[in-house]
Design a protein around this ligand. Structure first.
Ligand SMILES: Cc1ncc(COP(=O)(O)O)c(C=O)c1O
Length: 446
């Protein structure tokens, strides 16, 4: 068997994949990857417009991260979480230095779900309240608490879920739940709705509001002016912990260390993962405010993980933060967003009737595809599967045929390449999307 055949055979016989009907998938083996590009075993080249799972912010095989991992592995592969470790401490210090407000301590996890799960646990213990408010258009992870907080259909099969999670509508002007006609109106009405939700749930029962600073998989929804500040004020008014889930939005994706920096808002807890070390070694965590850390000064924190603060994962985080600083990655992301991706996508939208809206920032963009610009009927229905999803599958196939691996979700394609993608590569990928959108246009009925 060739390596390609062996990989496929082992995968099909023995690997059980996430979120999938195991008999209906045929995962493509990746043979090699570098920067923003990967190759299959036949040598076909794909530009990675997904950053894998919107996590590989620094690109594939960055030499500084590879070296840091090799060095740490040679020195000390692992220690139990109860010991102190130089790389763990350094990673925590660097993250605390970058975090807003008095968020000065880090609880490390292995990924994003454990980060949101522990953030909610901290909020409940800190406040002595049990309810958590989360948005309908959200994803917070697949462990018990995190999937309960999740507002999208991935939650449904895990129900009945944990008691005490209440969903609310966040701002989303293009499909406003509040019939708003401007960003200002949407911001004000979404805040009024959140206030009503808090009041009707009983403020004394609400431990936390958790939200993605910029909603990721559920649509790249950038909060309108005043919204995050308003959430901060509501949380202060009612003594509620504000948890920002920055698992996807943080560490460069929005052109900031933390996406909240763009709005100058300091939450009480920030959940992070993905971009912290681009997933070279699994790592996530919660950055904790002094006030909440104080709750656990004399009282033990009732949560832990064997690999909390894994030295190799933390060494990769330290190296990644260093690369961001030395290579000016945040500035590069802002330039890409403002000068290349944003303008190009807006130009693409003018050429294709099926593009209903372009939105995003940094390297975090969505094209919302529609059948009709007037009615805004989505190109495929919400949560479409099987034949209903065919137009999006055809569009994705057209991208792949042009050497671009696209991110698609429901009726949207997201442009989420590594933060380190070059301008030429970004333009190359956008040109391929431009061509592939002819497929979406062919389903346009407006
Ligand atoms: C916003 C957000 N929170 C949490 C998670 C869960 O992270 P993980 O898959 O590392 O558990 C994700 C994953 O996509 C995410 O996008």
């Amino acid at each position: 068997m060739t390596p390609d055949e062996q990989t496929r055979a082992d995968d099909r016989r023995h690997v059980f994949h996430s979120w999938s009907a195991q008999g209906l998938i045929n995962p493509m083996p990746i043979a090699e990857a570098r920067g923003s590009v990967f190759w299959d075993y036949e040598g076909n080249r794909y530009l990675d417009f997904t950053s894998q799972l919107v996590n590989m912010n620094i690109g594939h095989q960055h030499p500084a991260l590879v070296a840091a991992i090799q060095e740490q592995a040679a020195k000390l592969c692992t220690v139990a979480p109860g010991f102190a470790n130089d790389k763990r401490g350094e990673a925590a210090r660097l993250i605390a230095e970058l975090a807003p407000g008095d968020l000065n301590r880090v609880f490390f996890t292995n990924g994003g779900a454990e980060a949101t799960e522990n953030a909610m646990r901290m909020a409940r213990l800190h406040t002595g309240r049990h309810k958590v408010l989360a948005m309908y258009r959200s994803y917070h992870g697949a462990t018990a608490g995190a999937i309960t907080a999740t507002g999208d259909p991935r939650r449904w099969p895990s129900e009945p879920a944990q008691p005490g999670v209440v969903h609310f509508w966040g701002p989303y002007l293009y499909r406003s739940a509040f019939h708003s006609s401007s960003e200002e109106e949407e911001s004000a009405r979404a805040l009024a709705h959140l206030r009503d939700t808090i009041v009707f749930e009983g403020p004394h029962t609400v431990a936390a509001v958790i939200l993605e600073t910029v909603v990721g998989t559920n649509g790249i929804l950038v909060p309108p002016p005043g919204y995050l500040e308003g959430v901060r004020a509501l949380c202060d008014e009612y003594g509620i912990v504000f948890i920002a889930d920055e698992v996807m939005a943080g560490f460069g994706r929005c052109g900031e260390w933390f996406a909240v920096d763009r709005w100058g808002v300091a939450p009480d807890l920030i959940a992070f993962a993905k971009g912290i070390n681009s997933g070279y070694v699994p790592l996530g965590g919660v950055v904790i405010s002094d006030r909440i850390a104080e709750t656990f000064r004399e009282r033990p924190y009732p949560g832990g993980l064997t690999y909390s603060g894994h030295p190799i994962a933390c060494a990769a985080a330290v190296a990644s933060i260093g690369v961001f600083k030395e290579e000016g990655v945040l500035e590069h992301v802002r330039t890409l967003g403002e000068k290349v991706i944003g303008p190009e996508l807006r130009a693409i939208a003018e050429r294709h009737p099926s593009v209903g809206e372009v939105r995003g920032l940094g390297v975090f963009w969505a094209l919302e595809l529609v059948r009709n610009r007037e009615t805004r009927e989505p190109l495929v229905p919400y949560n479409a599967g099987g034949g209903d999803a065919a137009p999006m599958n055809e569009f994705a196939a057209a991208c792949k045929a042009r050497g671009v691996w696209p991110f698609t979700h429901f009726n949207r394609t997201h442009v989420v390449p590594p933060c380190t993608i070059t301008e030429d590569e970004a333009r190359e990928g956008l040109a391929a999307l431009d061509e592939a959108l002819a497929v979406a246009d062919s389903h346009y009925a407006g």
